[in-house]
Design a protein around this ligand. Structure first.
Ligand SMILES: [Mg+2]
Length: 323
């Protein structure tokens, strides 16, 4: 059977998850969150995550410099640690490289990696190099989260408000511009995405109930929170934070910015839920209230022009190529 016949990437993860056992009580949260949560010490949990970038699927050397690819490889892992409420600490970097690749590529890739290591105080402590037809970069990262600040996908509660940080849709709009040989303000956020680590730390200190990072689009992230928390959600289309730049670039592309925000992905913003009494504090931060958590039987719905529409799913890595 093909992956698309069982329902795509997330169905595949579900199948793997069903057949995976946690043999140690030290594994507190396994497959199904932004990072695994492992026992560490009295005060902290250890977080463990990994992410892969594949040439001509996640990046193209037509659009990105090696330095930008290195930066992105780090940022997307930091984003997963941030979504758990933690701080990144250590990383291992594995590379699969074509035999004829220039050493300068690796030098510049590491320029990007090292720049982010300096910014976040992450130590690269190992890795692996092998050969392949296309470039593959895999980063695995460890982080720490104080037990009281751990944020999971599974703790959203009925009545919570749903929030989204910064603005969304910019990365997908930027990619579309690049594909069409066009220019615009969204290109840079696509090529040089930035995680929201500092904001995530402020959020967990304020008190969120659940959190996830935006790697596959807001629709997909809300769905993940809902399925892990066994709840439903209402998302208000007109409340999604879309910048003027993204709106203008979408117009140039004759595309709907809302689709980029909901289904585009790679914005590395945060989607989280918090109880209503946190609203006053959260309003002072770079976040927008975009919806609310409701009972599971209501499903996950998009409210647009006073109509409740069923929300599609997000980016599926097996449905289309990224670049
Ligand atoms: Mg994630």
């Amino acid at each position: 059977m093909k992956i698309k016949q069982i329902g795509g990437e997330f169905a595949l993860i579900g199948k793997i998850r069903k057949n995976t056992r946690l043999y140690s009580k030290d594994a507190i949260v396994g497959i199904g969150d932004d990072a695994a949560v492992l026992k560490y010490d009295k005060k902290n949990f250890l977080l463990f995550t990994t992410d892969m970038l594949v040439e001509n699927d996640h990046f193209s050397l037509k659009y990105s410099t090696p330095c930008q690819i290195g930066m992105k490889a780090m940022e997307q892992n930091v984003s997963d640690i941030a979504a758990m409420g933690g701080l990144p600490k250590h990383a291992v970097v594995s590379l699969a490289l074509p035999n004829d690749i220039d050493v300068g590529f690796v030098d510049n890739l590491y320029k990007g990696i090292n720049e982010k290591c300096k910014r976040y105080k992450i130590s690269v402590v190992g890795g692996n190099i092998t050969h392949s037809k296309e470039i593959v970069i895999n980063v695995s990262m460890l982080g720490l989260a104080e037990k009281k600040y751990l944020a999971l996908r599974s703790k959203a509660k009925i009545g919570d408000l749903i929030f989204c940080s910064g603005d969304v849709g910019k990365s997908a709009a930027g990619l579309e511009l690049l594909r069409n040989g066009m220019k615009g303000g969204s290109v840079k956020p696509h090529l040089e995405p930035k995680s929201r680590l500092e904001l995530a730390r402020k959020l967990v200190k304020t008190g969120v109930n659940s959190m996830i990072d935006v790697s596959d689009g807001v629709a997909s992230e809300v769905r993940h929170i809902c399925s892990e928390s066994k709840v439903g959600a209402l998302i208000y289309a007109d409340r999604l934070p879309i910048s003027k730049t993204t709106a203008d670039d979408s117009k140039k592309l004759k595309k709907n910015a809302l689709d980029f925000a909901l289904y585009g992905g790679e914005d590395f913003e945060l989607v989280f839920t918090a109880s209503k009494n946190k609203l006053k504090q959260l309003k002072k931060m770079d976040v927008s209230a975009i919806g609310e958590i409701v009972g599971k039987k209501n499903g996950v719905k998009l409210v647009k022009d006073n109509k409740k529409l069923s929300l599609g799913s997000g980016f599926d890595h097996f449905k289309r190529l990224r670049v």
